[in-house]
Write a protein that binds this ligand. Structure first.
Ligand SMILES: [Zn+2]
Length: 389
């Protein structure tokens, strides 16, 4: 069964139910400013093609006739979300509401583009054994065009790889690729903490520092998205120096590798992230000091985003998000330092930094491509030709 609303109006009804359902017809008509008769006709068509169902068990009886909500058939569609890192392929299968129903990781055997494509297709086969896959989404750190063409991905040593096209050609399944932060932000927008916010920002902490922004309901993006331009935002004139010579930039203070470098140097031995978190919680002085200065820097970055972009919400995630929990007072202090006392409090929410959340983002890129019927730019040349060009 495919996602097939008859026209734009039917598509907007289906999308509203997908993103905010289950919804009663009266509520849907109000949200979309449609005449009840029009909505009755459209919903009958969408039920007919199997895209929407009535959910009588959720019926509300206020006065008179009960109102039977409409919902999508969430488990009628499945999407594979792949997060690529320099050493692994992480994969999550989600349903139409981006709920993860299967998750697995496999080590990357080679970073050569065709070998990676091979591994992604093997993951698709493995996922499809349990659920038919409607589309594949791939998220990775790097610059990726709307067509899923990876312009550069330094951690894989890639330049100009037509990733989505190659995966699609080899798997026979529609494929999409995006910068991982773009994918994360879109997932928050459609199914996460950003639901209901037309303007919100996302900050991720991990191997790098990421920033994404939804403005007036749309992702703010250009050809430089994915370069990681917020990474060198100055945060502390007394901070450590990054590899480009900045003192106290976001990358030198907030990334997991930078924090681990500092604590390992202080203790003169290798410390991993879980141990760093425990050391801070146990009050180990060097760890506590690093957490306090990084936490304060995070607060200043949140304040900068709030001051410049005026979002109604700042979502913080990524595998280093625990920094915020172990240095909460310092984060607050950093925000207060750079926020005008007359300004409203910054609405900050923290979300899971699990690998699964990155994969879920990639699955949402697939899901959006599928339901919005985004056409990949039709290429007269095969992915292989483009790769070799
Ligand atoms: Zn820097």
């Amino acid at each position: 069964m495919t996602w097939r609303p008859a026209d734009d109006l039917a598509q907007s009804v289906a999308l509203e139910v997908l993103l905010h359902g289950p919804l009663a017809r009266a509520e849907l008509a109000r949200r979309l400013d449609l005449a009840p008769a029009t909505l009755t006709r459209i919903s009958a068509e969408l039920i007919e093609v199997g895209l929407l169902i009535e959910t009588p068990h959720l019926a509300e009886r206020r006065t008179g006739r009960p109102s039977i909500p409409l919902d999508v058939v969430a488990d009628a569609h499945h999407f594979l979300g792949i997060k690529l890192t320099g050493d692994s392929v992480m994969a999550a299968v989600t349903d139409l509401r981006a709920e993860v129903v299967n998750y697995f990781e496999v080590p990357l055997t080679s970073t050569a583009p065709l070998a990676v494509v091979e591994q992604i297709c093997a993951a698709a086969d493995r996922a499809a054994a349990e659920h038919p896959i409607d589309a594949i989404g791939i998220g990775l750190g790097g610059v990726v065009t709307r067509e899923g063409f990876v312009t550069s991905a330094p951690f894989l040593s890639w330049t100009d790889v037509p990733l989505a096209l190659l995966v699609q050609e080899q798997s026979g399944i529609p494929a999409f690729a995006a910068n991982d932060l773009t994918a994360f932000t879109e997932a928050q927008h459609w199914f996460g903490l950003g639901v209901g916010h037309d303007n919100f920002a996302a900050i991720t902490l991990g191997v790098g520092v990421g920033f994404g922004c939804i403005a007036n309901g749309k992702l703010l993006a250009n050809d430089d998205s994915g370069v990681g331009l917020v990474g060198h935002w100055p945060l502390d004139p007394m901070g450590p120096i990054c590899n480009r010579g900045h003192r106290g930039c976001a990358e030198s203070m907030l990334t997991v590798p930078a924090i681990l470098r500092d604590i390992s140097r202080a203790l003169d031995r290798a410390v991993d992230w879980p141990e760093f978190v425990s050391l801070v919680r146990a009050g180990q002085p060097a760890a506590a000091q690093i957490a306090a200065s990084s936490g304060r820097a995070l607060g200043r970055l949140i304040a900068a985003v709030a001051n410049l972009v005026a979002p109604s919400l700042v979502v913080v995630g990524g595998e280093g998000v625990e920094l915020a929990a172990i240095s909460a007072a310092a984060v607050d202090q950093g925000i207060q330092e750079d926020r005008d006392p007359r300004a409203s409090a910054v609405n900050v929410e923290f979300t899971s930094g699990s690998n699964e959340s990155w994969c879920r983002g990639a699955a949402v890129i697939a899901l959006q491509g599928y339901v919005l019927d985004r056409r990949r730019v039709a290429s007269r040349r095969s992915g292989l030709d483009l790769l070799e060009a």
